[in-house]
Design a protein around this ligand. Sequence first.
Ligand code: ADP
Ligand code: F6P
Length: 466
Amino acid sequence: MSRLIIISNRVSAPKESHSGAQGGLAVALQAAIREFGGIWFGWSGETVDHFTGHIHFQRAQGVTTATLDLEEQDIEEYYNGYANRTLWPLFHYRIDLAEYERGFAGGYKRVNERFADTLRPLVEKDDVLWVQDYHMFPLGQELRDRGCKNRIGFFLHIPWPPSRLLATLPEAEALVETMFAYDLVGFHTKEWLDSFRHYATHELGAEEEGDALTFKGRTLRLIVAPIGIDTKEFVEGANGPKARLALRNMRDSAVGRDMIVGVDRLDYSKGLEERFHGYERFLSEHPEERKEVFMLQIAPPSRGAVESYQKIRTKLEGLSGQINGAYADVDWVPIRYVNRGYPRDVLAGIYRAARIGLVTPLRDGMNLVAKEYVAAQDPEDPGVLILSRFAGAAAQLKEAVLVNPFSADEVSDAIMQALRMDLGERKRRWRAMMDNIEQEDVVWWRKLFTDALMGTDGSTPIPADN
Ligand code: ADP
Ligand code: F6P
């Protein structure tokens, strides 16, 4: 069997339990690589004065990790810069926040070259490579430039923006052209795939045939593969002692009130400001409900070196304070706003204690919190998921109460609808969503992609050196 080399910016060695703010990608890949074996390659999370290319190898629970230290300037230009000030806002449709700086683009290229230089000698003839996410778009091309003829796949965990937005990126054409170094490119939804295909065919001039695109003699295949959670592990955790304790504590502290929960990295794409406004609309329009509910918003800080993240943090502190100031009473606070991470089992207990899971990103590649919320529910008395239409997860979780997160009225109405929903309807909706979450879990996702990459899904095999 071929080895699988997974490459991503963040590498996270397996641990007994997760704590702190772990992104969906890290959590999902841990489960995937444990299942498959192989190497997980990327940034160590550390910085050094001078880049050496020294690789730290580590082996734990069947997973080998190989990581590199980067320079401070690399992190500034590649991670804080091009990845999170340029690509992240643009790919989440926020060109108002996107910063286009040659220095960022140069640092991004330099770091991808450094990854390629260091990774290339590790790659053996039959290895299959799988590159993850927007930090690494050009890595495939850099590897090809260094003579790598292996199969290389790429998966994007964030949305792909419409062509007219992407066209604002000075390097858009070059970036899309480098994607043709890959044999297979995966997206969470057809919508993101169609946007990529639109740019490749309309702006670049690629030829389209079925699920394949050809440009300058290179052919890549496109695939929709929505990522799932490790459902079995999550359900077990949700029924375990730590989750039960967290559930009990939450229920005690709720004193009979219905809890609405939100759990998100503190990111402007998650629609937290709009969510608070929607909840405030609910409170103002339904005074009789005020002391019957409260919202718990858990939002661990993220990407704190980037100004737009500092701003959204300040904004939310002000807004939660304002809403609490306007509506709180001696025996009730409408919003509990918490900025820390929790172990996953504890999170599962908190999800289960919530009558409503409020997941309202303005734009999101997938959103695993939505799936975790559903998986954590008590089948006999499940809560209601309110989900943004603009999250990738909405393409699968059609039985959620789907909302436009930009509309405070819609969010307010959805909260009311969820509170009034009878047990029969809650169970029916939950079952339909849970069927999907059980079937299309993280192992299913990994298999769908790697089978397609290795040509074992019945489609035409991709020659290793095409
Ligand atoms: P993103 O990848 O953009 O952060 P996702 O919703 O896909 O968004 O994934 C977020 C992951 O981070 C989920 O697995 C969620 O459980 C985890 N997470 C988010 N907030 C916390 C927190 N406060 N404590 C622990 N885990 C968290
Ligand atoms: O899911 C998108 C993503 O950017 C992942 O690539 C990443 O691991 C996660 O969100 C958290 O972001 P960061 O690695 O910047 O903390």
